[in-house]
Design a protein around this ligand. Structure first.
Ligand code: FES
Length: 275
């Protein structure tokens, strides 16, 4: 059993949970994910690793309360225990010692981006961060990125903080200012990652994207996370979740996500979206 050590409400829709999971905490690397089950009858749901502490043997996840499992997680308290917490799964991020990297996070994408940027900062890489969100309320981890000594820019849909507009408006601005990035890591909604790649691809800026939004069971069995990367067919949960964004067929995965969203809504409506 895996004890909940800490829990925080980050905003009206998003929570952070710290879980004691010694095996995962000792082995995980940025970019990987876990699959948890709240109890014996619970569904297995993948969550990206938002942070880990090898000494305390803890792993942090951040989730949006959107379906049955996250509603149950939200109702659990510090001291409660999760039945399964399996991992680390997926491939670790390939992080290189470069001069300057740009991290772009949309919404919850800030969670898996954080451990990558932490590692890059430990390697001495300069990191600029762009955080995009609906409004100020939904910006997460801004202070955590600031604590790593990153330059932060913010874009909100309603202009309640930072630039009113999209992360890509800031990206274009930075490029127009002549700032040179050795690589870009973009994690967020598929539409956002596609828009980032539309800018970085013609400039040939290596861009890594994370396809965790299309994972369903995270086990390699359901086929729901199939994606074309260049000439190859890959599975986000086994071969990723991170891929060379310049090669990902985003139109294909955006279509697939639409299909699953409808199914998930239907499952929730008929009461099957969970245990
Ligand atoms: S999420 Fe089911 S096969 Fe990858």
């Amino acid at each position: 059993m895996y004890e909940i050590i800490d829990k925080k409400v980050l905003n009206s829709a998003v929570e952070l949970m710290v879980v004691r999971a010694p095996f995962v905490a000792r082995r995980c690397e940025p970019g990987q994910f876990i699959i948890l089950r709240v109890d014996e009858e619970g569904e297995r749901v993948p969550f990206t690793i938002a942070d880990f502490n090898r000494e305390d043997e803890t792993v942090t996840i951040i989730y949006q309360i959107v379906g049955h499992t996250t509603e149950v997680l939200s109702s659990m308290k510090v001291g409660d225990k999760l039945c399964d917490f399996v991992g680390p799964l997926g491939k670790a991020s390939e992080l290189k010692k470069e001069e300057r990297v740009l991290g772009i996070a949309g919404g919850l994408g800030a969670a898996p981006l954080y451990p990558q940027i932490r590692k890059l900062r430990e390697m001495g890489v300069e990191c600029d961060i762009i955080i995009g969100s609906r409004s100020e309320e939904f910006i997460i981890l801004e202070e955590s990125f600031r604590g790593l000594g990153c330059n932060i820019s913010i874009a909100t849909d309603d202009g309640s903080k930072g630039v009113k507009g999209f992360v890509t408006d800031i990206l274009k601005d930075k490029i127009n200012q002549g700032i040179k990035y050795d690589s870009v890591i973009a994690i967020g909604p598929l539409i956002m990652m596609k828009a980032v790649v539309d800018i970085t691809k013609p400039l040939n800026i290596p861009t890594t994207v994370s396809l965790n939004p299309i994972m369903v069971d995270g086990t390699g069995m359901c086929g729901g996370c199939r994606v074309s990367v260049g000439d190859e067919t890959k599975f986000a949960c086994v071969d990723g979740p991170e891929f060379n964004g310049l090669l990902v067929d985003f139109d294909e995965v955006i279509n697939r996500q639409g299909i699953y969203k409808k199914e998930e809504e239907h499952m929730c409506k008929i009461g099957l979206g969970g245990k």
